[in-house]
Design a binder for this molecule. Structure first.
Ligand SMILES: [Zn+2]
Length: 282
């Protein structure tokens, strides 16, 4: 699933092609792709609206139109393509937007988990999201306080979009390894120094991901190469780049979680809880 850096990469590629184009018509080919409003209202509202800009919020694309926002979440397999000239819709195309300059924006989504909203106020869709990790709002102080306000395993908490927006499985594992924190550490046990390391690690892995145009590990190839620079993600059995210990993989909240048992040791007082946590998670 694309995470913050992958969505950012897609937006940077779409912006020059789409800004200024006017929507001529909307062809919704799979009704459930549209979360809101009704298909009839959607088809009627879009024609004539100009694409003014494209922003990112968490893993959402926010296409600002003249009188509304078209919000897109790619989820597992969604992809956005800009096609020039006549276009023959493919089997997995869920939404086609015909644009000026003989252009079509194609939302293709084989697994059909992706969603689209057309709203006046994007806040309606984003209301439950936590802060953006690359914004000024996200500070080491905020992170320390927010971790202590909860008592959850770091991995599950960082994946929770209402806590912090934009991280997924890859960047969470990479950030925890960079910060030398065990994924099962309880959030309320994090010291000020550790929160500071985690804050820096989150920024660092996301910025590196963006710099490398994201990771291309999903079956939708997006051109990024961050997958060639993973420290732990998907590298179980291989050597930790820091200490050489074999990377391990466990399940945390049903998500494959990769870490170095040497660099990311669990504090001793939490070892006793480990078996309980494992049972609850698996
Ligand atoms: Zn290590």
């Amino acid at each position: 699933m694309p995470e913050l850096p992958e969505v950012e990469t897609i937006i940077r590629a779409l912006r020059p092609a789409l800004i200024g184009k006017v929507i001529l018509s909307a062809d919704l080919r799979w009704k459930r792709t549209l979360a809101s409003p009704s298909p009839a209202k959607f088809r009627k509202s879009l024609p004539g609206q100009q694409i003014q800009d494209i922003y990112r919020r968490a893993k959402f694309l926010d296409v600002k139109l003249s009188h509304a926002h078209l919000i897109i979440h790619l989820r597992m397999s969604g992809d956005l393509l800009v096609v020039l000239g006549g276009y023959q819709p493919g089997k997995h195309d869920r939404l086609l937007l015909k644009l000026t300059d003989d252009m079509t924006l194609v939302f293709s989504d084989p697994r059909k988990f992706g969603r689209v909203w057309l709203v006046e106020d994007p806040g309606v869709v984003f209301q439950d999201l936590g802060p953006e990790p690359l914004s000024d709002e996200f500070t080491p102080l905020w992170l320390h306080a927010a971790l202590h306000a909860r008592r959850r395993k770091l991995k599950t908490l960082l994946l929770d979009q209402t806590f912090l927006a934009g991280l997924g499985n890859i960047y969470t594992d990479e950030a925890l390894h960079t910060a030398r924190l065990h994924p099962l550490t309880s959030s309320d046990k994090i010291t000020v120094e550790q929160a500071n390391s985690l804050w820096m690690a989150i920024r660092q892995v996301l910025e590196e991901g963006i710099r490398r145009n994201g990771a291309s590990i999903d079956w939708v190839y997006r051109g990024g190469d961050f997958q060639n620079h993973f420290r732990v993600y998907g590298r179980q059995g291989e050597a930790c780049p820091v200490c050489g210990t074999s990377i391990e993989r466990i399940l945390v909240g049903q998500r494959g979680t990769h870490y170095c048992p040497q660099c990311q040791a669990l504090p001793e007082e939490e070892m006793a809880d480990l078996s309980v946590i494992h049972q609850k998670d698996c």
